[in-house]
Design a protein around this ligand. Structure first.
Ligand SMILES: [Zn+2]
Length: 389
Protein backbone atom coordinates (compact mmCIF):
# COMPACT_ATOMS: atom_id res chain seq x y z
CA UNK A 1 0.00 0.00 0.00
CA UNK A 2 1.52 3.32 -1.07
CA UNK A 3 1.61 6.59 0.70
CA UNK A 4 -1.71 8.41 0.78
CA UNK A 5 -1.82 11.28 -1.72
CA UNK A 6 -0.91 14.59 -0.15
CA UNK A 7 -2.80 17.78 -0.77
CA UNK A 8 -1.34 21.22 -1.26
CA UNK A 9 -3.20 24.48 -1.06
CA UNK A 10 -2.40 27.71 -2.81
CA UNK A 11 -3.24 30.98 -1.16
CA UNK A 12 -2.95 34.68 -1.81
CA UNK A 13 -2.50 37.73 0.38
CA UNK A 14 -6.20 38.43 0.22
CA UNK A 15 -7.44 35.41 2.08
CA UNK A 16 -10.62 35.23 4.05
CA UNK A 17 -11.00 33.75 7.52
CA UNK A 18 -12.44 30.60 6.01
CA UNK A 19 -9.16 30.10 4.16
CA UNK A 20 -7.18 29.99 7.37
CA UNK A 21 -6.92 26.25 7.41
CA UNK A 22 -5.20 25.73 4.01
CA UNK A 23 -2.81 28.52 4.95
CA UNK A 24 -1.90 26.77 8.19
CA UNK A 25 -1.44 23.48 6.40
CA UNK A 26 1.02 25.09 3.97
CA UNK A 27 2.83 26.80 6.82
CA UNK A 28 3.12 23.50 8.64
CA UNK A 29 4.38 21.88 5.43
CA UNK A 30 7.11 24.51 4.91
CA UNK A 31 8.18 24.41 8.58
CA UNK A 32 8.41 20.64 8.40
CA UNK A 33 10.47 20.73 5.22
CA UNK A 34 12.94 23.14 6.85
CA UNK A 35 13.09 20.82 9.88
CA UNK A 36 13.67 17.67 7.84
CA UNK A 37 15.98 19.05 5.13
CA UNK A 38 17.81 21.96 6.79
CA UNK A 39 19.76 23.82 5.58
CA UNK A 40 17.49 24.44 2.62
CA UNK A 41 16.99 27.33 0.19
CA UNK A 42 13.70 28.97 -0.72
CA UNK A 43 14.00 27.62 -4.26
CA UNK A 44 14.37 24.07 -2.98
CA UNK A 45 11.41 24.56 -0.61
CA UNK A 46 9.26 25.57 -3.58
CA UNK A 47 10.49 22.63 -5.65
CA UNK A 48 9.99 20.01 -2.90
CA UNK A 49 6.66 21.39 -1.60
CA UNK A 50 5.28 21.96 -5.11
CA UNK A 51 3.91 25.26 -3.84
CA UNK A 52 4.27 28.47 -5.81
CA UNK A 53 7.47 30.40 -5.23
CA UNK A 54 5.47 33.45 -4.04
CA UNK A 55 3.54 31.32 -1.55
CA UNK A 56 6.76 29.86 -0.16
CA UNK A 57 8.32 33.34 0.15
CA UNK A 58 5.34 34.63 2.12
CA UNK A 59 5.42 31.74 4.57
CA UNK A 60 9.21 31.94 4.95
CA UNK A 61 9.03 35.67 5.73
CA UNK A 62 6.35 34.94 8.35
CA UNK A 63 8.39 32.14 9.96
CA UNK A 64 11.50 34.37 9.92
CA UNK A 65 9.62 37.29 11.48
CA UNK A 66 8.40 35.02 14.27
CA UNK A 67 11.94 33.59 14.60
CA UNK A 68 10.85 29.98 14.19
CA UNK A 69 13.52 29.77 11.50
CA UNK A 70 16.66 31.79 10.81
CA UNK A 71 18.75 32.56 7.76
CA UNK A 72 22.18 31.00 7.73
CA UNK A 73 25.05 30.65 5.30
CA UNK A 74 24.98 31.52 1.61
CA UNK A 75 24.86 28.60 -0.78
CA UNK A 76 27.60 27.93 -3.28
CA UNK A 77 26.38 27.51 -6.85
CA UNK A 78 28.59 27.37 -9.93
CA UNK A 79 26.86 30.40 -11.41
CA UNK A 80 23.86 32.67 -10.92
CA UNK A 81 22.30 33.76 -7.62
CA UNK A 82 23.67 32.51 -4.35
CA UNK A 83 20.74 31.30 -2.25
CA UNK A 84 20.54 31.88 1.50
CA UNK A 85 19.94 28.72 3.45
CA UNK A 86 17.24 28.44 6.08
CA UNK A 87 17.29 26.40 9.25
CA UNK A 88 15.39 26.10 12.54
CA UNK A 89 16.20 28.56 15.30
CA UNK A 90 18.40 26.52 17.65
CA UNK A 91 18.22 29.06 20.45
CA UNK A 92 14.60 28.26 21.12
CA UNK A 93 13.17 25.25 22.79
CA UNK A 94 10.19 23.63 24.43
CA UNK A 95 9.80 21.77 27.73
CA UNK A 96 7.94 18.50 27.28
CA UNK A 97 6.30 16.50 30.05
CA UNK A 98 4.82 13.08 29.48
CA UNK A 99 2.66 11.96 32.38
CA UNK A 100 2.07 8.26 32.13
CA UNK A 101 0.46 5.98 34.73
CA UNK A 102 3.71 4.01 35.10
CA UNK A 103 6.28 6.83 34.71
CA UNK A 104 6.57 10.57 34.19
CA UNK A 105 9.25 11.90 31.85
CA UNK A 106 10.51 15.45 31.46
CA UNK A 107 12.52 16.68 28.47
CA UNK A 108 13.93 19.65 26.62
CA UNK A 109 13.28 19.58 22.89
CA UNK A 110 14.34 21.84 20.06
CA UNK A 111 11.75 23.27 17.68
CA UNK A 112 12.14 20.26 15.42
CA UNK A 113 10.94 17.94 18.18
CA UNK A 114 14.46 16.54 18.75
CA UNK A 115 14.93 15.63 22.43
CA UNK A 116 18.15 17.28 23.70
CA UNK A 117 17.81 16.49 27.43
CA UNK A 118 15.63 14.01 29.27
CA UNK A 119 15.01 12.77 32.80
CA UNK A 120 12.52 10.71 34.76
CA UNK A 121 10.47 12.47 37.45
CA UNK A 122 10.11 10.32 40.55
CA UNK A 123 6.66 11.04 41.93
CA UNK A 124 6.16 11.02 45.71
CA UNK A 125 3.73 8.46 47.10
CA UNK A 126 1.68 11.19 48.78
CA UNK A 127 -0.81 12.29 46.06
CA UNK A 128 -0.90 15.84 47.50
CA UNK A 129 2.83 16.29 46.86
CA UNK A 130 2.91 15.10 43.23
CA UNK A 131 2.32 18.44 41.48
CA UNK A 132 4.89 20.17 43.70
CA UNK A 133 7.48 17.55 42.70
CA UNK A 134 6.69 18.06 39.01
CA UNK A 135 7.00 21.86 39.37
CA UNK A 136 10.41 21.43 41.07
CA UNK A 137 11.66 19.13 38.32
CA UNK A 138 10.56 21.58 35.59
CA UNK A 139 12.29 24.50 37.30
CA UNK A 140 15.50 22.50 37.63
CA UNK A 141 15.33 21.51 33.96
CA UNK A 142 14.88 25.14 32.87
CA UNK A 143 17.81 26.24 35.06
CA UNK A 144 20.05 23.50 33.67
CA UNK A 145 19.31 24.67 30.09
CA UNK A 146 19.66 28.41 30.57
CA UNK A 147 21.38 28.80 27.17
CA UNK A 148 18.03 28.25 25.50
CA UNK A 149 14.88 30.39 25.55
CA UNK A 150 11.68 28.44 26.07
CA UNK A 151 8.45 29.03 24.17
CA UNK A 152 6.30 27.01 26.47
CA UNK A 153 5.65 23.76 28.23
CA UNK A 154 3.70 20.95 26.61
CA UNK A 155 2.11 18.23 28.72
CA UNK A 156 0.54 15.07 27.46
CA UNK A 157 -1.84 13.53 29.97
CA UNK A 158 -3.42 10.09 30.21
CA UNK A 159 -6.99 11.34 30.43
CA UNK A 160 -9.55 13.57 28.80
CA UNK A 161 -9.32 17.26 29.47
CA UNK A 162 -12.14 19.74 29.26
CA UNK A 163 -10.29 22.60 27.56
CA UNK A 164 -12.89 25.17 28.57
CA UNK A 165 -12.99 24.27 32.22
CA UNK A 166 -9.28 23.41 32.28
CA UNK A 167 -9.89 20.37 34.35
CA UNK A 168 -9.29 16.74 33.83
CA UNK A 169 -12.59 14.99 33.63
CA UNK A 170 -11.72 11.45 32.79
CA UNK A 171 -8.48 9.84 33.92
CA UNK A 172 -9.33 6.36 35.22
CA UNK A 173 -5.64 5.31 35.40
CA UNK A 174 -4.29 8.23 37.53
CA UNK A 175 -4.75 8.47 41.32
CA UNK A 176 -3.47 11.99 42.10
CA UNK A 177 -5.21 15.37 41.64
CA UNK A 178 -3.95 16.18 38.14
CA UNK A 179 -6.62 18.78 37.35
CA UNK A 180 -4.79 21.89 38.58
CA UNK A 181 -1.42 21.07 37.00
CA UNK A 182 -1.69 23.63 34.17
CA UNK A 183 -2.30 26.64 36.40
CA UNK A 184 0.23 25.50 39.03
CA UNK A 185 3.04 25.13 36.46
CA UNK A 186 2.14 28.40 34.69
CA UNK A 187 2.27 30.28 37.99
CA UNK A 188 5.60 28.73 38.98
CA UNK A 189 7.43 29.18 35.65
CA UNK A 190 5.72 32.13 33.94
CA UNK A 191 5.64 30.07 30.74
CA UNK A 192 2.48 29.19 28.82
CA UNK A 193 1.44 25.57 29.36
CA UNK A 194 -0.33 23.57 26.65
CA UNK A 195 -2.01 20.41 27.90
CA UNK A 196 -3.95 17.73 26.14
CA UNK A 197 -4.80 14.10 26.24
CA UNK A 198 -1.83 12.01 25.08
CA UNK A 199 -3.75 10.55 22.14
CA UNK A 200 -4.76 14.00 20.83
CA UNK A 201 -1.19 15.17 21.35
CA UNK A 202 0.13 12.17 19.41
CA UNK A 203 -2.24 12.92 16.52
CA UNK A 204 -0.94 16.51 16.41
CA UNK A 205 2.63 15.24 16.68
CA UNK A 206 2.18 13.08 13.61
CA UNK A 207 0.82 16.09 11.75
CA UNK A 208 3.70 18.32 12.95
CA UNK A 209 6.63 15.93 12.94
CA UNK A 210 5.52 12.80 11.10
CA UNK A 211 5.62 12.25 7.38
CA UNK A 212 1.91 12.94 7.11
CA UNK A 213 2.30 16.35 5.49
CA UNK A 214 -0.95 17.56 4.01
CA UNK A 215 -3.01 14.74 5.47
CA UNK A 216 -6.31 15.98 6.86
CA UNK A 217 -7.76 12.92 8.48
CA UNK A 218 -5.57 10.91 10.80
CA UNK A 219 -6.26 8.86 13.92
CA UNK A 220 -3.57 8.18 16.54
CA UNK A 221 -4.21 5.06 18.62
CA UNK A 222 -2.25 5.21 21.87
CA UNK A 223 -1.84 1.78 23.39
CA UNK A 224 -0.61 1.73 27.00
CA UNK A 225 -2.33 0.79 30.29
CA UNK A 226 -5.52 1.68 28.44
CA UNK A 227 -6.25 2.72 24.85
CA UNK A 228 -6.95 6.29 23.81
CA UNK A 229 -7.48 7.68 20.34
CA UNK A 230 -6.82 11.16 19.00
CA UNK A 231 -8.82 12.13 15.94
CA UNK A 232 -7.44 14.75 13.55
CA UNK A 233 -10.25 15.44 11.11
CA UNK A 234 -10.65 18.15 8.49
CA UNK A 235 -7.45 19.80 9.68
CA UNK A 236 -8.14 19.90 13.41
CA UNK A 237 -8.51 17.75 16.53
CA UNK A 238 -12.04 16.47 16.93
CA UNK A 239 -12.98 17.11 20.55
CA UNK A 240 -16.69 16.53 20.85
CA UNK A 241 -18.93 17.67 23.67
CA UNK A 242 -16.89 18.23 26.83
CA UNK A 243 -13.70 17.02 25.11
CA UNK A 244 -14.81 13.42 25.31
CA UNK A 245 -14.59 12.43 21.63
CA UNK A 246 -12.35 9.51 20.76
CA UNK A 247 -13.00 7.13 23.64
CA UNK A 248 -12.91 4.11 21.37
CA UNK A 249 -10.97 2.35 24.15
CA UNK A 250 -14.22 2.22 26.10
CA UNK A 251 -16.43 0.94 23.32
CA UNK A 252 -17.81 -2.37 24.52
CA UNK A 253 -16.57 -5.35 22.50
CA UNK A 254 -17.69 -8.12 24.89
CA UNK A 255 -20.83 -7.42 26.97
CA UNK A 256 -19.92 -10.27 29.34
CA UNK A 257 -16.22 -9.38 29.36
CA UNK A 258 -13.88 -8.33 32.17
CA UNK A 259 -14.60 -5.22 34.27
CA UNK A 260 -12.92 -2.04 32.97
CA UNK A 261 -11.53 0.95 34.90
CA UNK A 262 -14.44 3.03 33.50
CA UNK A 263 -17.01 0.87 35.31
CA UNK A 264 -18.25 -0.93 32.21
CA UNK A 265 -17.40 -4.46 31.02
CA UNK A 266 -15.51 -5.84 28.04
CA UNK A 267 -14.27 -2.48 26.67
CA UNK A 268 -11.80 -2.61 23.78
CA UNK A 269 -8.95 -1.68 26.16
CA UNK A 270 -9.64 -4.71 28.37
CA UNK A 271 -8.77 -6.82 25.30
CA UNK A 272 -6.04 -4.91 23.47
CA UNK A 273 -4.10 -2.74 25.96
CA UNK A 274 -0.69 -3.52 27.52
CA UNK A 275 -2.58 -4.84 30.56
CA UNK A 276 -4.44 -7.27 28.31
CA UNK A 277 -1.17 -8.44 26.74
CA UNK A 278 0.36 -9.08 30.18
CA UNK A 279 -2.82 -10.87 31.30
CA UNK A 280 -2.85 -13.14 28.21
CA UNK A 281 0.73 -14.15 29.00
CA UNK A 282 -0.18 -15.03 32.61
CA UNK A 283 -3.20 -17.03 31.39
CA UNK A 284 -1.20 -18.97 28.80
CA UNK A 285 1.71 -19.81 31.13
CA UNK A 286 -0.41 -20.15 34.31
CA UNK A 287 2.40 -18.26 36.06
CA UNK A 288 2.62 -15.02 38.04
CA UNK A 289 1.90 -12.01 35.81
CA UNK A 290 4.94 -10.19 34.38
CA UNK A 291 5.12 -6.50 33.45
CA UNK A 292 4.19 -5.89 29.82
CA UNK A 293 7.68 -4.81 28.76
CA UNK A 294 9.05 -8.11 30.09
CA UNK A 295 6.52 -10.01 27.97
CA UNK A 296 7.61 -7.96 24.93
CA UNK A 297 11.27 -8.83 25.57
CA UNK A 298 10.39 -12.53 25.88
CA UNK A 299 8.47 -12.38 22.59
CA UNK A 300 11.47 -10.76 20.90
CA UNK A 301 13.68 -13.51 22.29
CA UNK A 302 11.41 -16.09 20.67
CA UNK A 303 9.42 -17.30 23.73
CA UNK A 304 6.39 -19.13 22.28
CA UNK A 305 3.95 -18.21 25.09
CA UNK A 306 4.88 -14.53 24.95
CA UNK A 307 4.48 -14.52 21.16
CA UNK A 308 1.08 -16.15 21.52
CA UNK A 309 0.02 -13.51 24.10
CA UNK A 310 1.15 -10.55 21.97
CA UNK A 311 -0.46 -12.11 18.92
CA UNK A 312 -3.79 -12.35 20.77
CA UNK A 313 -3.47 -8.71 21.88
CA UNK A 314 -2.70 -7.62 18.30
CA UNK A 315 -5.73 -9.46 16.90
CA UNK A 316 -7.90 -7.50 19.38
CA UNK A 317 -6.04 -4.30 18.50
CA UNK A 318 -6.69 -4.83 14.80
CA UNK A 319 -10.35 -5.56 15.43
CA UNK A 320 -10.80 -2.22 17.18
CA UNK A 321 -8.79 -0.40 14.52
CA UNK A 322 -11.16 -1.86 11.92
CA UNK A 323 -14.03 -0.25 13.86
CA UNK A 324 -12.20 3.12 13.76
CA UNK A 325 -11.49 2.76 10.04
CA UNK A 326 -15.15 2.01 9.37
CA UNK A 327 -16.38 4.85 11.59
CA UNK A 328 -14.08 7.65 10.47
CA UNK A 329 -12.48 6.61 7.13
CA UNK A 330 -9.20 8.42 7.95
CA UNK A 331 -6.30 8.65 5.48
CA UNK A 332 -4.02 7.15 8.05
CA UNK A 333 -4.04 5.39 11.42
CA UNK A 334 -0.89 5.68 13.54
CA UNK A 335 -0.26 3.34 16.47
CA UNK A 336 1.69 4.75 19.44
CA UNK A 337 3.03 2.84 22.44
CA UNK A 338 5.33 0.02 23.56
CA UNK A 339 3.73 -2.35 21.06
CA UNK A 340 5.47 -0.43 18.23
CA UNK A 341 8.82 -1.88 19.39
CA UNK A 342 7.64 -5.30 18.13
CA UNK A 343 5.77 -3.95 15.09
CA UNK A 344 8.22 -5.77 12.81
CA UNK A 345 6.96 -9.06 14.34
CA UNK A 346 3.26 -8.33 14.88
CA UNK A 347 2.31 -5.36 12.69
CA UNK A 348 1.03 -7.74 10.01
CA UNK A 349 -1.38 -9.30 12.56
CA UNK A 350 -2.97 -5.91 13.27
CA UNK A 351 -2.97 -5.06 9.56
CA UNK A 352 -4.66 -8.37 8.61
CA UNK A 353 -7.45 -7.80 11.16
CA UNK A 354 -8.00 -4.26 9.89
CA UNK A 355 -8.30 -5.53 6.33
CA UNK A 356 -11.01 -7.98 7.34
CA UNK A 357 -13.45 -5.25 6.45
CA UNK A 358 -16.21 -5.01 3.87
CA UNK A 359 -15.05 -1.50 3.05
CA UNK A 360 -13.27 -1.08 -0.26
CA UNK A 361 -10.78 1.48 0.99
CA UNK A 362 -8.70 0.93 4.12
CA UNK A 363 -6.43 3.58 5.65
CA UNK A 364 -2.67 3.41 5.76
CA UNK A 365 -1.63 1.83 9.07
CA UNK A 366 1.78 2.45 10.59
CA UNK A 367 3.60 2.63 13.94
CA UNK A 368 4.54 6.10 15.20
CA UNK A 369 7.98 7.35 14.19
CA UNK A 370 10.60 6.90 16.86
CA UNK A 371 8.18 4.93 19.06
CA UNK A 372 10.04 5.46 22.36
CA UNK A 373 10.05 9.25 22.02
CA UNK A 374 6.59 9.59 20.47
CA UNK A 375 4.77 10.64 23.65
CA UNK A 376 7.44 13.20 24.60
CA UNK A 377 7.45 14.63 21.10
CA UNK A 378 3.68 14.86 21.24
CA UNK A 379 4.04 17.26 24.18
CA UNK A 380 6.33 19.40 22.01
CA UNK A 381 3.70 19.39 19.26
CA UNK A 382 1.15 20.87 21.69
CA UNK A 383 3.32 23.96 22.17
CA UNK A 384 4.01 24.24 18.43
CA UNK A 385 0.33 23.92 17.68
CA UNK A 386 -0.65 26.54 20.26
CA UNK A 387 1.88 28.98 18.84
CA UNK A 388 0.70 28.37 15.31
CA UNK A 389 -2.89 29.44 15.95
ZN1 LIG B 1 -14.02 1.02 29.74
Amino acid sequence: MGKAPTQRFTFTNKQSASNKMPRLINRNLIFNLVRAQQPISRADLARVSQLQRSTVSLIVEELLAERWIVEGSMGQLPRGRRPTFLHLNDERGVIALDIHPSQTTLAVADLGGRIVAQSLVVLPSNPKKVIGAIVDAIQKMIAANSDRSFDGIGMSLPGRLDLNLEKLIFAPNIDWPIGSIKSRVEQATGLPVAVDNVANACALSEVWFGDSDGIHDLVAVNVSEGIGTGIFANGRILRGEGGLAGEFGHVQMEPEGLPCACGNRGCWETLASNRAGARYYAEITRKQPLPFDAVLKLAQAGDASAKKAIDKMCVALGRGIRMIASALAPDEIVVVGDITTVWYMFGHVVEAEMHRSPLVRVPRLRPAHDGGKARLRSAVALVMNDNRL
